[in-house]
Design a protein around this ligand. Sequence first.
Ligand code: AGP
Length: 613
Amino acid sequence: MCGIVGYVGEKKCTPILINGLKNLEYRGYDSAGIAVMEQNHIEVVKEKGRVKNLEDILSSTVLNGTIGIAHTRWATHGKPSKDNSHPHKDNSNTFAVVHNGIIENYKELRMFLEDSNYTFYSQTDTEVIPNLIHYYYSKYDEKTKDNFLKSVIYACNELRGSYAILVLCNDFPNMEIVAKKDSPLVIGKGTNEYYIASDIPAVLNYTKDFYFLDDNNFATIEENEIHFYDSNNIELNKDLKSISWDCTSSSKRGYDDFMIKEIFEQPEAIKRTIINRINLGKICNFSDINLSRKYLSAIDKIYIVACGTAMHAGLVGKYAIEKLAKIPTITEIASEFRYQNPLIDKNTLCIFISQSGETADTIAALKLAKQKNCKTLAITNVIGSSITREADFSIYTEAGPEIAVASTKAYTCQVALLCCFAIYLSEVLKRENTNLLENLKQELLCIPEKIETILKNCDVVEDVANKVYLEKDMFFLGRGIDYTTCLEGSLKLKEISYIHSEAYSAGELKHGPIALIENNITVVGILTDENLIEKSVSNLQEVITRGAKTFVVCNDENVANRFDYSLVIPSTYTYLSPLLSIVPLQLLSYYITKEKGLDVDKPRNLAKSVTVE
Ligand code: AGP
């Protein structure tokens, strides 16, 4: 879950590496470090805390090298400290390594290396890597590039777990070797230069042309040359792929934080995601996934598998697919799915949703589905991400880079894409009235404008936030599709504001949670499903009677007037309502967190991509 950056080229690399680390801080921010090749020796500078601390030290250090590696850490093995931060060197100071991932067998390897007289200076799993590379390298009499590569390959072949590593070697000051297994790594190409990173946004300022490594791939990189190898040292061919992300999309563009910028980007992001899918008067366009009518008619069940916010999008997907395409659909948390021996077979379509495309549990769940002969469809935001290399088919949300740890625009794009897919299934299988489906498509096209209307009223939500930001606990209540919005709203609030919150189906209130309602507690109600509004209003009345303050999001002024605070949002079809009702909840979490003076984009303990189990 750490972030890594590397550079090989003609320019001084330190500013490039620091800039890359800053763009990657959403991956981890416990400590940061760089290693730069300085006239045949590797200079390492590292520091506990945010990249800014490292930058401060570097302002008084002269580094002229043009080849380097860098790391921002999310601690797994060993507490955040200078000693545990990366890069790590081997005992002979020949190699420096940065690593993202977890080495599961590091204890065995450390014991083995200690028996061979290696000493360890950190508590990390990573420190075994440079020493293991040195162990193999020291067996060669000749110091050749080929022996450097072989030593990296042999060392990696011993590692169990996940890794993306960048390696520098004193003996080859013009070269960097990189390797990857189950952790993301991309190599961007410039003119006479290469940019290496765990995530594209780190280097998007410099290039849009990328090589994507597969698992167990290695690359040797020099200023004008790049070669790829597999774990048997056989050379591979790789195609360069261009990505369409705009380089300004990974900057704040005048907003205070990435999260608020990303909330405001939702209308455009949704438009990009659906515009080429929706064909008025014709079946939606999913020609990029080759699922025949015969296959779709035979599927008797769909599983949607994901984590966190992506799983909440999956709950909306289940609702839309079941209602429109009449296919039983189960939405499951990936970390549960992978260990529950799910009842799936060739007649189950398994959909995996992941913004990053790198979430370890989601990818493991996908591999399990493949073993059970299911067709697998990935929904992701990142071209070339690991999930796209595993799934039979991939479709993309066009959210652009999402930097804030709290997911906002990726969620609404996932929901919009799932709604399109549900309509498509219904059209292909002729499961719903054509008028309804056509109207839904028309309405989907209107959603961006309706979100704009909500965003124009952000000050209403800000006022509510200013009144409730000192709360210790909050509740979110809704029924049916509104309950899925409550789950997502509650996750948003707890992850960035650290306010304890619970989402409940309003009907469940009397079965336990109402015991927690006391004077002045804030309860948020989502009231957009017209068939269930009166029932939810009754439940909210019950909490008001017990002293709660209420904030509701609804479509009707008359309903709104019954509560302490409210926001009336445009109405839409129930299937699509989460696309609108989530926006005020995103804003509420954002403004509460700002009012509390916390870091909105980088909440404590969290990282953007959870690439370890
Ligand atoms: C969302 O705000 C979270 N930070 C988190 O739940 C996230 O959605 C989850 O980790 C899944 O990530 P993915 O979409 O990249 O797989």
